[in-house]
Design a protein around this ligand. Structure first.
Ligand code: 3AM
Length: 183
């Protein structure tokens, strides 16, 4: 065999997304709320450790693009904010029940817009759909007659993350790869 030949292993693309991630205490409360919604609406609760708010779904990208995203994310200057999670909702087509801030602060859309620009600068196709901030609580929900009574949850947001999405035999697993502070 010719020893000059380099055997470069192709690194598989990784499925990524930008998000904000609740801390353990808030995840627990969201998980409890998901349990209460499930009693009324059925469906399958999102695993507690997977609960997040997607800022920009990216999809599968190669290592070079991932590197571009990571480097660009480090240059982002965006404001800290507080989200008032006061609205429960249901989307029949993806069959998802969610919680969201009824009146999100401008800083949230600004952060999402900066991430959108960053993705496009790294060669990812522009997102055509409007940003609809929400936290998925349950999937495979068939119908919702009524939602449970609940007290709004306040979420102080001081960082955003890049997360990896993997589909395993036991279900989807999200892993936070990197975190960046808001200012
Ligand atoms: O944050 P939620 O749970 O609403 O459904 C996926 C999940 O949304 C969504 O990105 C989040 C992290 O996986 N997602 C998956 N594939 C997608 C796609 N092709 C997508 N969003 C937009 N386009």
């Amino acid at each position: 065999m010719n020893s000059e030949i380099k055997h470069t292993k192709k690194v598989p693309a990784r499925r990524l997304f930008f998000a904000i991630w609740p801390d353990a205490a808030l995840s627990r409360r969201l998980d409890e709320l998901a349990g209460a919604v499930k009693k009324q609406a059925g469906g399958r609760v999102q695993k507690r450790e997977n609960i997040h708010l997607t800022l920009r779904f990216i999809g599968a990208v190669d290592a070079e693009t991932e590197q571009c995203l990571v480097e660009a994310a480090a240059t982002i200057r965006a404001e800290k904010m507080q989200l008032n999670l006061d609205t429960l909702g249901f989307w029949p087509r993806p069959r998802v029940a969610w919680i969201a801030p009824g009146q999100p602060p401008a800083a949230l859309a600004e952060l999402a817009a900066k991430l959108e620009a960053l993705c496009v600068a790294c060669g990812i196709e522009a997102e055509s759909r409007a940003f609809a901030p929400h936290i998925t609580l349950l999937r495979k929900v068939r119908a919702v007659q009524r939602m449970p009574e609940f007290s709004p949850l306040i979420w102080p947001v001081d960082e955003f993350v890049l997360a990896l999405s993997e589909t395993l035999q036991e279900g989807v697993r999200y892993t936070v790869l990197q975190r960046w502070s808001l200012v």
